[in-house]
Design a protein around this ligand. Structure first.
Ligand SMILES: *Cc1c(COP(=O)(O)O)cnc(C)c1O
Length: 564
C-alpha cells in the first residue's frame, strides 16, 4: 500500500461517497474499542483495593494514568518511521491516559458534564465535513447560525440586536470584551496601540484568567484591578465607587468593569442593577463621554437567563423545590440589570450540554465588529448579505472551527429556553440530593449552605491527634486528597472530587478552612449519592487508620493547582 493510500480513508471513487462517512464511523468505533480495551487491561492489572473491592469492576472517572517526565519522554521520541496499525491504535489509547471521563458516575470534579448525543453527533459531522467558518463564502450558513445563537442568548438578556462570536473557551469571551472596551474608550488604539492611561476593574471573585487576558491584549496584568467583594460574593458598592473615583483622580481612564455572573465555587454574582447605576453615576459626575464598558462573565451564569422572564408564579411551577428556587431566584434578582450591560460570555461546554469548545461572546449590538478589527475597516449593510460576511476581520483565529456553533444550536433548538431552565432546576435538585446524602451519612459537614450555585463544599472531621502530626490542618487535608487522587489516577472507580484550600465559609475572610468540592452535573438516585459518600468516607477512615499506624511526614509537598 502506498503512503498516500494509507492516509486516505479508505480509497473512494468520489469525495462525497457515502462509504466515507461509514468508514469514519467504523474507524471511530474501532478506535473506541481499542481505547476501552487498553484502559480495562490497565485497570485489571491493578491490585485489588481492600477498602473498595468493586473499584476494578469498571472504568472510573479517569483513564488509568502513568507518571512521566515531559523532557525525558520528548528525548526518547525519535522514531520517524510510519507506525504499524497496532502501534497507531496504541498511540490513540495513550492520548487518553490520565484524561477525565465525564461519562463516569463518579466524575464529580468540576463543571464537566457529559454532552448530549445530539450536539456531539452534530459537532462530529462538522468535523467530518471539514468546513471553515472564517467567512460565509467557505463556511456557508454556519455563520448565520452563529449569529442566531448569539441573538437568542442576547434576547434572553434583553438585547434585541445582539450579535456575537463563537470561540474556543470562556477566556476568549473575556478577551473579546476587554478588547472591545479598549477600542471603545481609545478609538485610535487599534491602529496606534494602547495609551498608557487605561485600566480595567474586575471583581475580587472573578476568574483568575482576567489578568492574563489583560496581559495578552497588551494592557498588562497590572492594569487589571480587583474590587474587594463582600460576604455575598458581590463587589462592595462603596469599594467600586471609591476605586472608580481614585483611578479618575489619578488621571486614569477605566475602560471596563468585568463583572462576575457566576463562578465555579460560591457562584459569585454581581448585582447588575447596582453596578450599572454606579457606572452611570460615575460617568455623569465626571462628565465622561461614555460610562465604562460593562461585561458580565456569565460563562456559567448564562443558564439562569433561561428563567429571567419567569415571574414568581411561573418560577414556583418551573422550580418546584424551595431550596433550588431560593438560590435561583436570588441569582435572577441580581441579573435583572444585565439589559444595560455591553456584553456577556457563554460556555456551552460547561453547563450547556455541549462538547468542547463551544463558547460565545455575546454583545448587545454589532459595534464589536469594528472595535475588534485592525482599525482599517467598518462593517456596513453590505457585509450582511450572504457571500459578503467575513468574521476573520474581528476574530482571533483566521481559519475557524464551526463545531461549537452547530453543537450550541442543536441543543438550543432541541431543548428550547424552557428545556434549559429545566436543566438548571435539575442541577440544583442534584445538589440538594447530594447534600441530603451527606447528611444521612453523618460524617461530613456541608460548608457552603449560602452558595447560590449547585456545587457542594464539605468539611472532613480529621481526628485531633492526626492534626498534630501534620504541619497544619490544610496539609492533612491535602494528604488525604492526594491519596484519593492517586487511586483515581491509577484507574480505580472511586469518586473524583476536589479540594478548596483557603475556602471562606460564607465568603467570610475570618472563617477560612480547607473544604472538599463535589460537583454534581446530573441528578442521580439517592442510592447512587449514598454510594459516592460511602466511598469517600471509607477512604477517609482508611487514610486516618494508616496514618495512625504508620505516622509519616505530611505537607510541604508541592500541590497541583486546585479548582478556582
Ligand atoms: C471557566 C471559566 C472561565 C474560563 O473559561 P474557559 O471556557 O475555561 O476558557 C472564565 N470565567 C469563569 C467564571 C469560568 O467559570
Amino acid at each position: 500500500m502506498s503512503m498516500l493510500q494509507r492516509l486516505a480513508l479508505p480509497p473512494t471513487s468520489a469525495p462525497d461517497a457515502p462509504d466515507r462517512l461509514q468508514a469514519l464511523i467504523e474507524r471511530t468505533l474501532e478506535l473506541d474499542r481499542h481505547v476501552q480495551r487498553r484502559a480495562r487491561a490497565d485497570l485489571a492489572a491493578l491490585p485489588e483495593l481492600p477498602l473498595a473491592p468493586a473499584a476494578r469492576a469498571q472504568l472510573g472517572p479517569k483513564y488509568p494514568a502513568r507518571a512521566f517526565d515531559y523532557q525525558r519522554e520528548l528525548e526518547r521520541d525519535e522514531d520517524d518511521a510510519p507506525a504499524s496499525e497496532a502501534a497507531l491504535l496504541d498511540e490513540v489509547a495513550r492520548y487518553f491516559r490520565g484524561a477525565i471521563r465525564p461519562q463516569s458516575r463518579h466524575s464529580l470534579f468540576n463543571m464537566v458534564p457529559e454532552p448530549s448525543v445530539e450536539s456531539t453527533a452534530a459537532a462530529w459531522l462538522a468535523t467530518a465535513y471539514n468546513a471553515n467558518s472564517l467567512m460565509d463564502a467557505f463556511g456557508g450558513e454556519a455563520l448565520l447560525i452563529e449569529q442566531q445563537v448569539a441573538r437568542r442568548i442576547g434576547r434572553w438578556a434583553g438585547w434585541p440586536d445582539a450579535m456575537g462570536i463563537s470561540c474556543n473557551g470562556g477566556k476568549f469571551t473575556i478577551m473579546y470584551a476587554i478588547k472591545s472596551a479598549l477600542s471603545r474608550i481609545a478609538p485610535e488604539s487599534p491602529r496606534e496601540g494602547l495609551p498608557r492611561d487605561l485600566v480595567i476593574l474586575c471583581s475580587e471573585g472573578a476568574h483568575y484568567c482576567v489578568e492574563h487576558a489583560a496581559s495578552l491584549l497588551g494592557l498588562g496584568s497590572g492594569r487589571c484591578l480587583r474590587v474587594p467583594s463582600g460576604s455575598d460574593g458581590r463587589m462592595r458598592p462603596e469599594a467600586l465607587k471609591r476605586m472608580l473615583d481614585e483611578e479618575h483622580a489619578r488621571g486614569r481612564r477605566v475602560a471596563a468593569i468585568v463583572c462576575c455572573g457566576g463562578t465555579t465555587i460560591n457562584f459569585n454574582c454581581e448585582d447588575t442593577v447596582e453596578v450599572r447605576e454606579i457606572a452611570d453615576t460615575f460617568a455623569r459626575e465626571h462628565g465622561l463621554p461614555e460610562r465604562p464598558y460593562l461585561h458580565l462573565d456569565s460563562v456559567i451564569g448564562w443558564l439562569y437567563l433561561s428563567l429571567l422572564d419567569a415571574d414568581d408564579t411561573q418560577l414556583q411551577k418551573r422550580v418546584p423545590d424551595p431550596r433550588s428556587r431560593a438560590r435561583i431566584a436570588e441569582v435572577l434578582r441580581r441579573l435583572r440589570g444585565v439589559q444595560g450591560f455591553d456584553s456577556l460570555g457563554v460556555d456551552f461546554h460547561k453547563d450547556g450540554l455541549c462538547p468542547y469548545a463551544s463558547s460565545f461572546f455575546v454583545a448587545r449590538d454589532h459595534r464589536f465588529m469594528d472595535e475588534l478589527g485592525d482599525g482599517s475597516y467598518r462593517y456596513g449593510d453590505k457585509d450582511f448579505h450572504y457571500g459578503q460576511f467575513r468574521a476573520y476581520r474581528y476574530t482571533f483565529e483566521n481559519s475557524r472551527p464551526g463545531q461549537g456553533i452547530l453543537a450550541a444550536w442543536v441543543n438550543l433548538r432541541r431543548l428550547g429556553r424552557d428545556g434549559y431552565g429545566e436543566y438548571l432546576a435539575g442541577l440544583h435538585d442534584a445538589r440538594n440530593s447530594l447534600a441530603d446524602a451527606l447528611q444521612r451519612h453523618g460524617l461530613f459537614r456541608v460548608l457552603n449552605r449560602a452558595s447560590l450555585g449547585w456545587e457542594l463544599v464539605f468539611e472532613a472531621p480529621f481526628a485531633p491527634d492526626l492534626i498534630e502530626l501534620a504541619p497544619s490542618y490544610q496539609d492533612l487535608a491535602l494528604g488525604f486528597m492526594q491519596e484519593c487522587w492517586d487511586r483515581v489516577n491509577a484507574g480505580y472507580d472511586l469518586p473524583l472530587f476536589s479540594i478548596v484550600p483557603g475556602y471562606r465559609i460564607d465568603n467570610d475572610p475570618a472563617a477560612v478552612t480547607t473544604g472538599f468540592l463535589l460537583y454534581p452535573m446530573q441528578q442521580r438516585s439517592d442510592g447512587d449519592w449514598d454510594e459516592a459518600v460511602e466511598h469517600i468516607a471509607a477512604q477517609f477512615h482508611d487514610f486516618q487508620a494508616r496514618l495512625r499506624a504508620q505516622p509519616r511526614a505530611l505537607g510541604a509537598t508541592p500541590f497541583e493547582k486546585p479548582i478556582r
